[in-house]
Design a protein around this ligand. Structure first.
Ligand code: SF4
Length: 343
């Protein structure tokens, strides 16, 4: 019999699994602590279980953490991990240190169906949705390597569109935030979407305390549709209504991600359009220079242009951060490493 991988089971699922073998539900809580708090992957070392229970668990289940295929560390400290899933699909995770923040950028899918024209992951297409265990496994790998303080915040900005794997992503968030486990504060987790309008509203109504980021990258419908095919399905007007709804319902500030592409979205007209678009929404805008991807036509703007854009935007919008590109020497742009390894 194939043993199920128990990594990725939520607390209620662990309680049910214990009940199914005649144990009390509190055993599920103990197992949750072993797996996610102590990161103990060997049933035989779970010392508060009877010998019989340990052997029964080992008969039925395995604990299979993610397997690293490759990692690389940039001169600026950014570290990229490429994992190979049990069916051979790739998944990328990036750890980005920046002053006192250490951001862990995780994936929700292997590949991505949305085919944004500037993105290496988009060239792979959707390979498959990740399971909750494979999402949480990315955090666990990094904690196994660097300890409990390995990261300060988590962003779903790696491979994939998290809102296309909605239920599983929320399940994974439940595991990440459980005080009997990984104990990541929901406010330190950002779900970043390319703009799946109905799911933004659903997320707003779900009661989750996670943050929302929208990958905007262009401030008009025409321009956005040129680089993000998802914009043809979910137009900008309705999308912004959903973002407004999210901000009002959750009383949270939303982050807009705006990658600057040389000669595409970096003029004074773009500044004005962007400021107009977000007017009245409690928000922060992250400006980021494009990390060039070999084979794709987009170019990175000069550092001066990036600074200029940020300066022009700031008095017109409430909060602007200009983020340096990180890990340029290690193919840290989303999907770059996996795409390169598959060619
Ligand atoms: S930018 Fe994000 S949504 Fe677009 S193809 Fe890449 S991974 Fe998918």
């Amino acid at each position: 019999m194939q043993r199920q991988n128990i990594l990725g089971y939520t607390l209620p699922q662990l309680e049910q699994a214990m009940q199914a073998i005649g144990e009390k539900p509190y055993r599920g809580r103990q197992l949750h602590k072993w797996l996610y708090l102590s990161r103990q992957y060997d049933f035989s070392l779970m010392t508060d279980f009877t010998k019989e229970l340990r052997s029964r668990l080992a008969e039925l289940y395995q604990v299979a953490p993610l397997e690293l295929e490759y990692s690389a560390k940039s001169k600026d400290g950014t570290e990229k991990f490429l994992f190979r899933l049990n069916d051979g699909r790739p998944v990328e995770t990036v750890l980005i240190p920046d002053d006192d923040r250490r951001t862990l950028c995780i994936s929700s899918q292997s590949g991505c169906p949305l085919a944004c024209s500037f993105c290496a992951t988009g060239t792979l297409g959707l390979l498959r949705n990740l399971t909750a265990g494979e999402i949480v496994g990315q955090l666990m790998y990094v904690r196994d390597k660097y300890g409990d303080d390995a990261f300060t915040n988590v962003v779903f900005m790696g491979m994939g569109e998290p809102l296309h794997n909605y239920d599983t992503v929320l399940e994974a968030v439940g595991i990440m935030t459980n005080p009997l486990g990984l104990k990541v504060s929901a406010r330190k987790i950002t779900i970043s979407t390319s703009g799946v309008t109905p799911k933004i509203k659903k997320l707003a109504d779900s009661g989750t305390k996670t943050r929302l980021a929208l990958s905007l990258h262009a401030a008009t419908q025409v321009k956005r549709a040129k680089i993000m095919p998802v914009a043809e399905t979910f137009g900008l007007t309705k999308l912004m209504e959903a973002v407004r709804y999210y901000a009002e319902t959750t009383e949270q500030r939303v982050t807009f991600e705006y990658i600057l592409f040389d000669g595409f979205n970096d003029t004074m007209d773009d500044v004005r359009a962007l400021a107009e678009l977000v007017r009245g929404i409690p928000c922060k805008i992250n400006i980021l220079a494009y990390n060039e991807v070999p084979g794709l036509s987009f170019k990175r703007p000069s550092d001066e242009k990036v600074d200029w854009f940020g300066r022009m935007l700031f008095p017109r919008t409430p909060a602007v951060t200009v983020r340096k590109s990180r890990g340029r020497d290690i193919d840290a742009a989303c999907g770059q490493l996996a795409a390169r390894k598959m060619t």
